[in-house]
Design a protein around this ligand. Sequence first.
Ligand code: HEC
Length: 155
Amino acid sequence: MKTLRLLNVLVILMLILLFGGFAAGYEHYKKEIEEPVPWCGTTSYMDHFDDELTDMVKNGQALFKANCASCHVKNMRADMTGPALGGSFRRFNNDTMAYLSFVQNSGAYIAKGHDERIVQLFEDWDKSVMQAFPNLSKEDIKAIIAYTEAMYKAT
Ligand code: HEC
């Protein structure tokens, strides 16, 4: 009888410990969600990510103003000398290199004839040739795309 009672006490003790463990684990998990753990010297990796994105968009804005704004409207929705650029990255099938090669030298890109949509666009715009930007790098183009898409979403 005595051993049985001892066994009962032991089982109850084990259950209490087990539940306590779960509760503590849950508290820890909750804390991690509410307060992101410091990572790479920043308060949270999401802050770090946002900073990077903002820098890229800002860089794209400067490049856009200097090179594209004379023909493309910055709200990315209205046409001017050139068509509205909102969503244009998707129209290039999200292909950064194709977008880059078009912007670096649209005349050569159109002449290749492999991108029928662009050939048609060129026709629709009365064959007005977009200025070439051979000095823009892949990083520049990524920044310009980030800016155009951010503006498109914001307007
Ligand atoms: C001198 C005016 C002019 C400037 C400056 C200019 N564009 Fe264009 N852009 C055009 C015209 C006109 C078209 C449409 C005809 C064509 O495709 O050649 C066009 C088309 C485009 C397209 C294709 C749009 C689509 O729907 O697929 C993209 C992308 C583009 N431009 C990006 C840029 C970027 C990025 C810059 C700045 C680095 C820029 N353009 C500067 C006149 C210009």
